[in-house]
Ligand binder design. Structure first.
Ligand SMILES: Cc1cc2nc3c(=O)[nH]c(=O)nc-3n(C[C@H](O)[C@H](O)[C@H](O)COP(=O)(O)OP(=O)(O)OC[C@H]3O[C@@H](n4cnc5c(N)ncnc54)[C@H](O)[C@@H]3O)c2cc1C
Ligand code: FES
Length: 261
C-alpha cells in the first residue's frame, strides 16, 4: 500500500490545446519527487464519483513545485469534463506521484525512439526533456492536424509525426513514420493505446531492441489495493504467486518482454 496522502493541489493555469484536449498546471507537493512516466490520481469534487482519474505527468517544474497534465475530455458529465472547467485558484484533490516511471537513465549513449500515440503523447514530453542519449528521435502519432505539444517536442529532440488522416507528417501510425523515414534505434520508450504498444513490442522483440512500454489500463484505486488493473506477466507475482502485474503499482512502465498485451 502507498503511504502517499491525498493533498489539495491548487490549479495554477488551464488552457485548451485542441478540441477536447486540455493542459493544466497544478501546484503540488508531488512535483518534488516526480519522475517522467509517473502519474497522479486526480479526484473530482463530485461526491458521486469516488474513484480518482489517473493522469500522466506531462511536465515537471521541481523548483516551482508544479506539475503539468494534458488530458482528453472523454464525454459529458465525466470526471475529465469537470477538470476542464476548473480555473486558476481552484483546488483539486490529488495523490502522487504514483507508479514507477520510465528508466530513462538507461538511455545514456544510445540511439532512442521516444514514441507516443493519442493521449499517450503527453508523458513523452518530460521524458524527452530529461533524457540524455546519443540520438533522441521523438515519434508521435495523432488523429489529425491537432498536433498538441508539437512546439515543445521540436525543442526537445528530432521530431517525426504521424497522423491518421495524413494532414501532418506520415499518413498512418508511428510505425509507418519509422518505416517512411528509415529510422533506427537501439532502445525504445513508448506510451499509447494497446494496439500501438502491441505493434511496438513485436517490432522491438523481432529486432532485439530493449523496449519500455507504459500501459494505460482502466484503474480503480490507483494504489495497488484492488487488483482492477492487472495485466498478464511472464514472471509470477511474489505476493499472489500468479502471473499478474498491477499496472498502477508495479507499472505503468514495463519492459516489453515482461508483459503480455
Ligand atoms: C497510468 C495512466 C495514465 C493516464 N494518463 C492520461 C493522460 O495523461 N491524459 C489523459 O487524457 N488520459 C490519461 N489516462 C486515461 C484517463 O485515466 C481516463 O481517460 C480517465 O480516467 C477517464 O475518466 P472520466 O471521468 O473522463 O471517464 P469515466 O468514464 O467517467 O470514468 C469512470 C471510471 O473509469 C476510469 N477510467 C475510464 N477510462 C479509463 C482509462 N482509459 N484508464 C484508466 N481509468 C479509466 C476512471 O478513472 C473512473 O474511475 C491515463 C490512464 C492511466 C491508467
Ligand atoms: S487500480 Fe487498484 S490495484 Fe491497480
Amino acid at each position: 500500500m502507498t503511504t502517499k496522502k491525498k493533498e489539495q493541489a491548487k490549479v495554477v493555469s488551464q488552457e485548451q490545446l485542441a478540441d477536447g484536449i486540455f493542459s493544466m498546471w497544478i501546484q503540488t507537493e508531488a512535483a518534488g519527487s516526480a519522475r517522467p512516466g509517473q502519474f497522479i490520481s486526480m479526484y473530482t469534487n463530485d461526491g458521486s464519483k469516488l474513484l480518482p482519474r489517473p493522469i500522466s505527468i506531462c511536465e515537471i517544474d521541481k523548483e516551482g513545485g508544479k506539475l503539468r497534465v494534458v488530458y482528453r475530455v472523454t464525454g459529458e458529465k465525466t470526471g475529465t469534463e469537470e477538470f476542464s472547467q476548473m480555473k486558476a485558484g481552484d483546488t483539486i484533490p490529488v495523490i502522487g506521484p504514483l507508479g514507477n516511471g520510465f528508466p530513462f537513465e538507461k538511455a545514456e549513449g544510445k540511439k532512442v525512439f521516444l514514441m507516443g500515440g493519442g493521449i499517450g503523447v503527453p508523458p513523452i514530453l518530460e521524458l524527452a526533456k530529461q533524457m540524455e542519449c546519443e540520438k533522441k528521435q521523438i515519434v508521435v502519432g495523432y488523429r489529425d492536424a491537432h498536433t498538441f505539444l508539437k512546439e515543445e517536442f521540436e525543442q526537445a529532440g528530432e521530431l517525426y509525426i504521424s497522423t491518421e488522416d495524413g494532414s501532418v507528417g506520415t499518413k498512418g501510425n508511428v510505425m509507418d513514420a519509422i518505416r517512411e523515414n528509415a529510422l533506427e534505434a537501439d532502445m525504445i520508450y513508448a506510451c499509447g493505446p494497446t494496439p500501438m504498444l502491441r505493434a511496438i513490442k513485436q517490432y522491438a522483440e523481432a529486432n532485439g531492441i530493449e523496449c519500455y512500454i507504459s500501459l494505460e489500463e482502466r484503474m480503480a484505486c490507483g494504489i495497488g489495493a484492488c487488483l482492477a488493473c492487472v495485466c498478464k506477466s511472464k514472471e509470477k507475482d511474489a505476493h499472489s504467486n500468479v502471473h499478474n502485474k498491477r499496472i498502477c503499482k508495479d507499472g505503468p512502465v514495463f519492459l516489453s518482454t515482461e508483459v503480455e498485451i
